[in-house]
Design a protein around this ligand. Sequence first.
Ligand code: GLA
Ligand code: ZN
Length: 673
Amino acid sequence: MIDSGKVNKMVFGGDYNPEQWDQETRQEDMRLLKLANVDILTLNVFSWAALQKDDDVYDFSDLDSIMEMVRANGFKVCLATSTGAHPAWMAKKYPEILRTEFSGTRRKFGGRHNSCPNSEVFKKFSTKLASKLAERYKDYDNIVAWHISNEYGGACYCENCEKVFRIWLRNKYKTIENLNKAWNTSFWGHTFYAWDEIVVPNIQSEHFGEDRTMFQGISLDYARFNSDSMLENYKAEYEAVKAFTPDIPVTTNLMGFYKLLDYQKWAKYMDFISWDSYPSVSESIEDTAIKHDLMRSLKSGLPFILMEQTPSVTNWQSYNSLKRPGVMRLLSYQAVAHGSDAVMFFQMRRSIGACEKFHGAVIDHAGHENTRVFRECQALGEELKQLGSLTLGARTEAKVAILFDWDNWWAIEYSAGPSVDLKYYDEIMNYYRAFHRRNISVDIISVEVDLSKYRLVIAPLMYMVKGDYDEKLKAYVKNGGTFVTSFFSGIVEEHDLVTVGGYPGKLRELLGIWVEEIDGLPNGKENQFEYQGNTYPARLLCDIMHPEGAEVLGTYQTDFYRNTPVLTKNCYGSGEAYYVGTRSDELFYETFFDQLCNRLNIKPVLNTPKGVEATVRKNENGEFTFVLNHQENEEQVTLNADYTDMITGRKYQKGCILKLEPKAVLILEADNV
Ligand code: GLA
Ligand code: ZN
């Protein structure tokens, strides 16, 4: 985490690009940013071309003066390494650093996040720059974090990558026979005899669309390899800066559920998690909430940093609506409510040219402080000062965990059949939503997380069972845990090879069922099932199954599998394992999990009307309840304990009914804890 000894409050600030401005503007910015209560600036995100002019010619003079100015004005710095976009001269001189697209086309210079992760030239120059920056600025005690590159992402399919992919495969499989087995290459006569017969899987080879492949095995390994390649870039720069500044924490800005990079693997190499949140105006509250929950869960519940958000508007969405008055504050606190220890923006001052000139900033094109957005930022900055260090480090105690696994994400969506509409994230959300609506905190966990602290573990669409994860689940349930999984689970092992002998494969014993067939329903067509006297829809996939010890809780109502089980419960050791054999609707998930939570004594933070979110964070200073009214209208909540409002200082007693203005935020400190 950002060194809190240096900043004894939630930091407030964000990306600042003085390289785009003259001296006079920079000086004015110092005044304005202090006025806005900003205390941290992320510097040097895109300055590689300015810093390095040829192989051996570096020029840090401008950055030196920026660093001096910023320090002299009392700002903390999150210092970026600038390697998110390479210089034009480098691309001209070393075309191998350019990426090759999925189509096989080599890109020319342009854009950003544009370097081939496996280019030796890129690797050499990027780590050298990181190392020079760390050596040069190591004595600046106002540097509170390193920001490696920027929003790692995308993929490359060039010849460097192809060669390194073969080495990666060799390390993984040791022999070509093992690889042939893992990819089942006897299908369609794809047997390989030498490593260099293997080519990158793209539109020129195994694919007929980004997500559509004829060989899942190779495509899945390439997804893993691409994520690993960029992770290697990150790690190399991490080592480079740590050599000079071992005590400055290092991060890179993530992007929520970003499919191309396995963030659970990346998180191990990050000192703290930071991420960029850009919800569109139509994004639901829970879609934003779950991203924050994922970020918090990446490092076992440690607070993260909201590295970027727009103070008002983005430029890159199709329709860039303004954040209405109060919404920037509300979304800032939503991040804090879910585990952020900072509120940061992209960006401090609006550019005048290129594609981000219409992106929101604290300082607008008008260039002064008399704007709505500036005033809202300033007011939020003031509040964060007032909150001080009280909430820093506070944790969320979730009793419920939802498994989210990148290998499953890739494999499910590469799968040819049983439905093109099968989307991992959508299925996760069907489950998450039921808890979010009830203000029950959820951790979004990887397969490595210890399950024993959870009362309920849910793994929707656990198509792939990796390693001995089935054993871990069995032990968890045996010891009293409750486990819920869904249709299309337990189908394959980690190479995407089917576990034969009956679905759900390695989960069969735990669930006490055998799934014989899977019926894919076209969009718009549905079956129904009965559960506790009510009828719910069965959509997308319908598993046709036989109980093998499990109790049947629900049965289909139509079609040739009428009266057969769809929902089951298996008692296993001292716990229970549930199977939901189809996709249903919101009402079903809410009803089902309400009952389960009641039985497991998992309680909501607070009962609130729809559209009002409540979370709790705790630390040694106390227990903090966040109540956020996302609605356009006034709402009310009844308090369940005695509280002090941390912003106004007002005292409230248990049972008191509070009115919440539209977009209101309450931060309540529990009395008597
Ligand atoms: C990303 C980038 C920033 C900026 C913003 C604009 O998050 O990291 O450099 O481009 O998007 O929304
Ligand atoms: Zn490449």
